[in-house]
Design a protein around this ligand. Sequence first.
Ligand code: CA
Length: 230
Amino acid sequence: MTHILVVEDEPSLRQLLTNNLTFEGYAVTAVDDGGAALSAHKSHRADLIVLDLMLPTMDGYQVLQQLRERQDSVPVLMLTARGAEVDRIQGLSLGADDYLVKPFSVLELLARIKAILRRTRPLDRPLVLKSGPYRFDLPALEVARDGKTLVLTPREFRLVEILITHPGRTHSRQELLNLAWEADARPTPRTVDVHIANLRKKLGEDEGRPWIATVGGEGYRWTAPVEPEA
Ligand code: CA
């Protein structure tokens, strides 16, 4: 179920959005401030965030900035005040995916959400990927190197799957924790390091050729090009 996080301090609008999105079949979490939004997203990752820019304590800009600083590319649809063009420009430059000017129609909001999810979600991704000496069979949860199957734990497979399906993109430890561990598990960022270290060992990383790069102490990235199997 697609999970949408609504961040809006105006109670009536927050309720309206929650009701409509729930009716449309989305799982909805609604909060009234930026800090609450970040912790809600951390404990139950959203597939999209509807983010009001003007919020009481931590505003929408700060939320957006913090998300993008930690390389979290969750799609963000911002809600801005009429006439506040500078808000829209700043929000888009901070990495928002789209915006709506208040007051907006709920139908317009739903259409924008669908459009964003369509373009940010690779629904028809290929099932078998190749990269370097590796072949990843995603449905079978199998990785082979030069034709020889490697034995990975489900968690290791999930981690490498996240990395190879977003090659070139850095994933922060926190993001990997959110994506590869259950919400009620309480692993630490160090746990990610340990699993990545094991994964590298099993992948048989070549000297001077890191398939999984550590990026500036902040996260991990798959370095080689990835192609669907022909
Ligand atoms: Ca507001």
